[in-house]
Ligand binder design. Structure first.
Ligand code: RAM
Length: 355
């Protein structure tokens, strides 16, 4: 399980940022972050290295969440890398599984990667490959889903506890604080979903009349997520709520629940992308869900990784670096850089988002 850092908080003004255009937005308020005054801070004057070969390796390709986090056009990681003068490439497999992702990581290393920016499908399975890369001097940074034992830095989207708590509080309100609840997760090995589910279980103690009856795994695949959601409805005819903390899973679950039989009867929330969820927010199938700004996560990961590889920062807490349009960020406890707070989408704001 990864750390929920205590550095920050930095409130990312997602609503404003997206309103004025995702790629160019600079409306991020960075608050109260302690700056290191140790000799390490002097390194901040070092120039960043150019022409580094940087491979951005999401859990899988073809997932719009990662496309937004990584791509040039959305202002994500590849946009930041270009601005910094590096050579950025996105690569991965098509399934969100280690056997699909590891060959892409190996391929990047063979091509002479200086930096790997990875969302881990399975930390145990990836670690031998990532450790091998680190031993050869490659900077390894995780974003989105961590591999705590085999990376230099972890770029965390929001604290795991913050995400777990928000999910439970939203669904509890919709369920009237009582009834059977299930979770449609991604892969059973995904570090991020497992961390969030851990905190959901903790938060559920506040709601003794809600029973978590089952966790199923849709593998960040639409067809599988649909099948497991349908399976839940058959197995638990009295089911009253579903949390799906994956953008692929929550959209698939919403499509299943979007009928008069289930709408408003089996309540749904999760972590979704606004374009995929807009219909379901407006028709009441999923009135509220949460996420962060994926493009900002990718952008921050790129800046942090290049600063690390250039020796401007190490992973010791308290060191600051400039993350371009996002402003100044500081390394927190547990080798972590925290993007900000989760953001809640509902009918009052969903039309303003275009990712
Ligand atoms: C999916 C992936 C990703 C997660 C989001 C919320 O796209 O599982 O890792 O962060 O959902």
């Amino acid at each position: 399980m990864h750390n929920s850092t205590k550095s920050g908080p930095r409130r990312v003004s997602l609503l404003c940022a997206v309103t004025v255009g995702l790629a160019i937005a600079s409306m991020v308020a960075v608050s109260g972050v302690a700056t290191a005054s140790s000799p390490r801070a002097v390194k901040a004057t070092r120039p960043l290295e150019k022409n580094l070969k940087v491979f951005v390796i999401p859990k899988n390709l073809g997932n719009s969440y990662f496309t937004t986090a990584d791509s040039y056009n959305s202002g994500g990681a590849l946009f930041a890398l270009k601005q910094l003068g590096e050579v950025g490439t996105e690569t991965s497999g098509t399934a969100a599984t280690p056997s699909s992702q590891i060959p892409a990581i190996e391929g990047a290393i063979t091509k002479g990667a200086n930096i790997l920016i990875v969302s881990a499908t399975d930390p145990d399975a990836l670690c031998p490959t990532l450790k091998g890369a680190m031993a050869r001097g490659v900077t390894v940074v995780t974003y989105d889903s961590d591999a705590p034992a085999c990376r230099d830095l972890w770029i965390e989207q929001a604290t795991s506890q913050g995400i777990g708590d928000i999910e439970v509080d939203i669904i509890a309100k919709e369920m009237g604080d009582a009834g059977q609840l299930a979770i449609v997760s991604a892969a059973p090995t995904a570090t991020n979903q497992n961390a969030w589910i851990g905190y959901m279980k903790q938060e559920l103690k506040k709601y003794p009349k809600i029973q978590l009856v089952k966790i199923v795994y849709g593998m960040d695949d639409t067809a599988t997520s649909t099948t497991v959601t349908e399976g839940l409805l058959t197995a638990y005819p009295n089911l009253k709520g579903i949390i799906s903390p994956t953008t692929v899973g929550v959209a698939a679950a919403a499509a299943v629940l979007d009928t008069a039989k289930y709408r408003g009867i089996v309540h749904l929330t999760g972590l979704g992308t606004p374009l995929a969820m807009k219909k379901y927010v407006l028709d009441g199938t999923c009135p509220e869900f949460a996420l962060w700004n994926p493009a900002q996560l990718g952008y921050l990961a790129a800046y942090a990784a290049v600063n690390y590889a250039s020796g401007v920062i190490t992973n010791a807490p308290g060191q600051s670096f400039s993350a371009g349009k996002l402003g100044k960020y500081t390394v927190g406890a547990g080798d972590t850089v925290l993007l900000g707070l989760p953001f809640i989408f509902n009918k009052s704001n969903i039309a303003q988002f275009h990712f």
